[in-house]
Design a protein around this ligand. Sequence first.
Ligand SMILES: Cc1cc2nc3c(=O)[nH]c(=O)nc-3n(C[C@H](O)[C@H](O)[C@H](O)COP(=O)(O)OP(=O)(O)OC[C@H]3O[C@@H](n4cnc5c(N)ncnc54)[C@H](O)[C@@H]3O)c2cc1C
Length: 429
Amino acid sequence: MTKKVVIIGGGIIGLTSAYFLSRNGANVTLLEKDSFGEACSRGNQGWVCPALHAPMPEPGLVGSSMLGMMKKDDPLYLKPTAIPRLTPWLMQFIKHCNENDFQNAEAALHYLSRSTFQLYDFMKEDGVDFEMHNEGMLFAFFNEEVLNQKMKGFERKAEAYGHEAPVRLSGRELRDMEPNLSDKVFGGIWLKQQRHVNPQSLSKALIDKLAEMNVEMRPNEEVIGFDINDEKITAVQTSNELINADTILVTAGAWSSLLTKKLNYSLPMEAGKGYSITISNPNLSFTRPLYLGDSKAGITPFTGKVRIGGTMELSGINLKLDRGRIDSLRESILKYLKEPLTGDHEEEWTGMRPMTPDGLPVLGQIPDLENSYIATGHGMVGVAMAPATGKIISDIILSGEAKSKVGHFNPKRFVKKPSKSQTYKMFFT
Ligand SMILES: Cc1cc2nc3c(=O)[nH]c(=O)nc-3n(C[C@H](O)[C@H](O)[C@H](O)COP(=O)(O)OP(=O)(O)OC[C@H]3O[C@@H](n4cnc5c(N)ncnc54)[C@H](O)[C@@H]3O)c2cc1C
């Protein structure tokens, strides 16, 4: 019998999940509280660069960056007034800033990303018609030491996970490739095989494809509750109606924990706020995405546009465009360029990355509910990981096959086991 899967959240993870589930024979309904692909999946940089994937909690981050993170112009910003609410999440995050957890999480991310390029090609060949560029990506540095460290990191990853070897470039070689870079840039790195997509064109192409595949697409349909019987969800309550479901999949990005709370599953999820500015008909052109190594910001060329973006702010879910943060982003880019970047029109944007404290996505069955699943928590790499996530969650839901392969991403890892003293107390009271 055909399974009816109701997906909640129409960002890039919901869209690719709907695509693979529908392709594999499920009857899919996709619910979105606003418009499809318009939240975090809209104004991001679109880098599809598995060679870059790394968990955010890393050894040394706490000591070196935590104090800097309180400064408003730091690329990583922790809003002081948000700290009391953020503390439980931050405590878990800090716990994962050690070598062992970092290495395990990095290996898991690379395992999940290994089919990224093939799956992007597969979608293209299947008629999902989006803007994709295959010219690789560049890194630019003012500081030789930072360049050397990054180079070593890529060499290690190339050896450990089979990624391409990085190519070191002098300042002159870098400027031959990107003439708009300032003479002050010392040197760079080229990763030839990495790619980038235009995220809006990707969402649009998937929306068109899903309509063609008869997926029921329902925008402006906010999920506000669930009907649960015998540890099974039987229906999803939206702001408009009750929708029956055999299976549900939560792909609500940074909002996912608000939904899982209603399912008795406490997911530690914070929004990692980022900004971008998209410039139409720019005066300067670039051939590849550029990561500006000392500023931790990026420049990405699309057809007829250039996007600058970056920053990671922990201040809760809020779409306020902070003028100070946007100005810092502009300045951090400007110093790498020969002249100011301008154009016909500028769109300022902010998006909420779904962040878990261990830096890993959450993929699989929601604990204690046999027909409910979740796919979220992709942080800084949701676009790159979207096809692999859609494919794997579809395999888990429809055949249970991939279950054993996603151990690191299992939602159960956040279920607190009662400690011995708690068990004792529960027994005697
Ligand atoms: C500045 C910036 C740059 C980035 N650059 C890159 C990059 O280069 N490469 C990369 O791979 N990633 C990048 N990312 C990260 C990437 O954008 C995210 O990981 C990804 O978009 C997350 O997708 P999602 O579908 O999980 O979430 P979202 O796109 O946020 O989608 C979640 C959807 O769920 C909906 N929803 C929530 N609650 C409900 C409800 N109750 N009922 C119905 N619908 C609901 C929301 O409205 C939303 O549309 C970047 C992010 C930022 C901010």
